[in-house]
Ligand binder design. Structure first.
Ligand code: ZN
Length: 250
């Protein structure tokens, strides 16, 4: 069966001597993996269309349930500027990691595809001075879109006011609610109001006007640290609850 679609390359992995397994984000099939026959033999157009983050028109040949083979791949946008900028690439790789670990494969999600494509465009064209806030906004919005954004507005249990974020609960909690059984002595981090406001605006404002948000460097690093803690907890929980966790052979 031949399938024509478009995809953003999320990851590639060597397979055998000269072949590649390519993981794509597509609008109509979600995250999928496909097989590319000897793309590394020459510096071909086909080979460069498989570089991470490249957006291409692709044709896949294969039966359901088995790894499809990429028979054609034509670049729409290469996004090489992002690959060639170290900080952009590191930040976008974080988004890819979030995407690949927290969203199911083979599940269509047009909104997610459109979102990823639009943020790659924004990052590609953004001025250097916009980049730090933009990267953190993208991370927050991606988490919100896939349903994993931490709650930072008031206590997640009673709604009372608080500035203490508990990574193991994924929310801010007031002191009363934080000491419920099983929660005694859980680590928390105190956040400041500026970070909470910036966070709320990051989610609510359209991304094309988010460059009007001008957070200070301290706000950005505070939120980056909070998101790292939040993600660390989410991913370790996911790993432990998964039946066949990666690295289960250890
Ligand atoms: Zn409470």
């Amino acid at each position: 069966m031949l399938t024509r679609t478009e995809g953003i390359v999320l990851k590639t992995k060597k397979y055998g001597e000269a072949d590649l397994i390519v993981t794509y984000l597509t609008p109509d099939k979600g995250i999928i993996a496909a097989f590319a026959k000897s793309p590394r033999k020459t510096k071909s157009k086909f080979g460069s269309s498989l570089e991470p983050l490249t957006h291409s028109k692709i044709s896949l040949m294969g039966k359901e349930q088995s790894l499809a083979r990429i028979t054609q791949s034509d670049i729409i946008t290469p996004f090489n500027q992002i690959r060639e900028n170290y900080s952009d690439f590191v930040n976008v790789s974080k988004l890819v990691e979030i995407l690949m670990s927290l969203t199911p494969e083979n599940t269509p999600n047009r909104k997610l595809f459109a979102f990823m494509l639009s943020i790659l465009q924004f990052i590609k064209t953004a001025g250097q001075e916009q980049k730090d806030p933009l990267h953190i906004i993208c991370r927050i919005r991606l988490l919100a879109l896939i349903g994993y954004a931490p709650r930072l507005s008031g206590c997640g249990r009673c709604g009372g006011s608080t500035l203490d974020f508990y990574p193991d609960a994924g929310t801010t909690l007031c002191r009363k609610c934080a000491v419920t059984p099983g929660h005694e002595g859980s680590p928390f981090m105190r956040i400041n109001n500026k970070a909470i406001h910036f966070y709320a605006h990051s989610i609510e404002w359209p991304i094309n006007i988010s460059n009007r948000l001008k957070p200070g460097a301290d706000t950005i690093s505070e939120l980056a640290g909070l998101l790292d803690k939040h993600l660390g907890y989410l991913l370790s929980k996911k790993l432990h609850s998964s039946k066949f966790p990666a690295g289960s052979s250890r």
